[in-house]
Design a protein around this ligand. Structure first.
Ligand code: SAM
Length: 317
């Protein structure tokens, strides 16, 4: 695991925040640190300080095995995603570390820490440690990934590339499902950040090694700008979005609004759907957020996959 390697920790590690989402607010982290600070003078903890080169961005505290928890482990507290190191987190962490001098100081750049945290939560999910009650079997690869679908998407992407529409740079794929469409991107040498809100679907994609644990987030696409910097991505894509109806069109409009927000000016915006009426809704939502583009008819006799394609750009390059 990247986080263990970065911190050079052989024992288990444990983050008190249950998911990537809650790393944004670190409510549980702060509450633990307040409790630890209250008893910090009474015990001697082994600690590690994590810094980004200037300030404290994390703290590891060693927990010796007990009857209840029969393994030694390190609790890791970090503000890397919340980016609060100069606020409450920083003062609590520094105060704990001043009483319990760190045995080591580890410098980790923000983006490296970020990737390590994403991987930590992916591994927690795929090892089913977040869902103790899970009885969902792992689908076979052949069942989960339809070759005809993959071929169809690959053909579409090749056709677009031949017409000068290439997906490259820092790519975000929204609504990635189990990574079926991500395979087509990987085959073109594209390594996107992938997000999807159904955690069981993500779990299947991780278990099959299709989704990259370092780049996959269980996340609602209506909240992209809460987690990604505005104007970050060179390209935002989403395949077989839907199902999109009149009654849920506001949700999809929100996803398009958020996609536009995290896209750079000039970014390629590429989305496919099954039905023409779905594309009409998507297209009007995209226009409303300033994405100009065109709709390509990609229908075939089967009428299933990637029938309608929106190809657009955010603003002008
Ligand atoms: C038809 S599947 C397509 C999956 C994949 N892109 C593909 O082409 O195989 C649509 C996916 O969008 C996901 N989805 C729908 N609403 C979402 C949201 N608000 N945030 C993230 N994912 C969402 C669904 O869970 C589902 O996995």
């Amino acid at each position: 695991m990247i986080l263990q390697d970065l911190l050079d920790i052989k024992e288990e590690i444990y983050l008190v925040e249950p998911g990537y989402y809650s790393q944004k607010t670190i409510v549980t982290t702060i509450s633990y640190l307040v409790d630890i600070q209250d008893v910090v003078g009474d015990y001697n903890f082994r600690t590690i300080r994590i810094t980004d080169g200037t300030k404290t961005t994390g703290l590891a505290i060693f927990n010796e095995k007990t009857e209840e928890v029969p393994v030694d482990f390190w609790s890791i507290f970090t503000s890397s995603i919340a980016n609060q190191s100069t606020g409450e987190f920083g003062s609590l962490a520094d105060s704990i570390l001043s009483t319990n001098q760190p045995e080591r100081v580890v410098e980790v750049a923000g983006d490296v820490m970020h990737e390590a945290l994403i991987e930590y939560y992916s591994l927690l999910l795929v090892n089913r440690e977040t869902c103790n009650e899970c009885t969902m079997p792992l689908e076979s690869y052949e069942r989960a990934y339809a070759k005809d679908r993959l071929d169809r998407l690959s053909e579409l992407l090749e056709k677009l590339a031949q017409n000068g529409i290439s997906i490259d740079g820092d790519v975000l794929e929204i609504c990635c499902g189990n990574g079926m469409s991500t395979i087509a991107l990987h085959e073109l040498g594209i390594d996107p950040t992938t997000i999807e809100y159904e955690k069981c679907t993500v779990c299947q994609g991780l278990a099959h090694g299709v989704l990259d644990p370092k780049k996959t987030l269980v996340m609602d696409a209506t909240m992209l700008s809460n987690f990604f910097e505005q104007g970050r991505f060179d390209c935002v894509v989403g395949f077989m979005l839907g199902t999109i109806y009149e009654f849920n069109k506001d949700l999809w409009a929100r996803m398009m609004f958020e996609s536009a927000k995290v896209a750079k000016d000039g970014a390629l915006m590429l989305f496919t759907v099954n039905g023409r009426s779905e594309m009409d809704i998507l297209e009007s939502a995209l226009h409303m957020v300033g994405i100009e583009g065109e709709v390509m008819d990609n229908t075939d006799e089967f009428g299933i996959y990637d029938q309608w394609v929106f190809i657009g750009r955010k603003g002008k390059k």
